[in-house]
Design a binder for this molecule. Sequence first.
Ligand SMILES: O=C(O)/C=C/c1cccc(O)c1O
Ligand code: FE2
Length: 313
Amino acid sequence: MSLALVCMSHSPLLEFNDPPADVKAEVEDAFATARSFVHDYDPTLVVSFAPDHYNGFFYDLMPPFCIGYEALGVGDYGTTAGPLDVPTPIAEQLAAWVADHDLDVAISRKMEIDHGAIQPLEILFGGIDEVPTIPVFVNGVAKPFVKMSRVRRLGEAIGSFLATLHGERVLVVGSGGLSHDPPVPQWATADDAQRALLLDGRHPTAAARDARQQRVIDTGKAFAAGTATIQDLNPVWDRALMRTLATGDLSPIDAMTPEQMALDAGNSAHEVRTWVAAFAALGQAGPYDVLSSCYRPIREYIAGFGVMTARTS
Ligand SMILES: O=C(O)/C=C/c1cccc(O)c1O
Ligand SMILES: [Fe+2]
């Protein structure tokens, strides 16, 4: 049984802030390469590892991982709102398999997902319900964070299940990272209004959503102009991680700690957990080859921006 993988940074600023034309063209090329890879592979099932940014998961109940049995996009930053085509019986079997492999994963029969999960589906497939998709939430924003070894083990457990699905062509997607520090509030430093959002800010008014998003868009513009106070991108860290993922030996990642990751690469660098889970899943089908790999630090997007495709050898 073979598996295929696309890992990509996401940024809600793709449609709002423009980097220099050559950089934008490089990103478009990387997306086109990934699209063509996916088109040739022609997946029958997608498993999407993605974080959330306090649009679907809040501190009233924040799991480290959650498998969606049904899911819908919330429509932040102009992304598609509405239901995904989730194959519920397969998602249920997946959750049972993962539980049987000693991993404690939440499930949701109504998972609300944001740009983190929606953007790759739109970019790769042109829509959110084109191919049956099981969304797997991997917390990459809200402390506390589980160990990286736990993320690797989740990916391995999911990959070992996918390897049993004869007759399916499964694409695993990891969405997020790499180094970046967008102005997502942190509980410890949040004011009262921000804490209310972090606690249970589901379904904001359009005005509240616009205000929140405008702050991020403005920060991206200021970051590009050199006037933002957020932590800088770290291309050395990003490229090193991409090299490790490409080797097929993910064991060095177990030593990464959340504290050091945030210091080195920003508070949202934890989103790389999705890449680690996706590569760990891919590795369960045997050795793999990275077929394309592209990287640019892009301040306009507030993202160390990487796109990788890989496939079982
Ligand atoms: O508005 C948010 O919550 C997040 C914005 C953002 C900005 C840049 C890169 C990312 O991965 C983001 O999620
Ligand atoms: Fe993000």
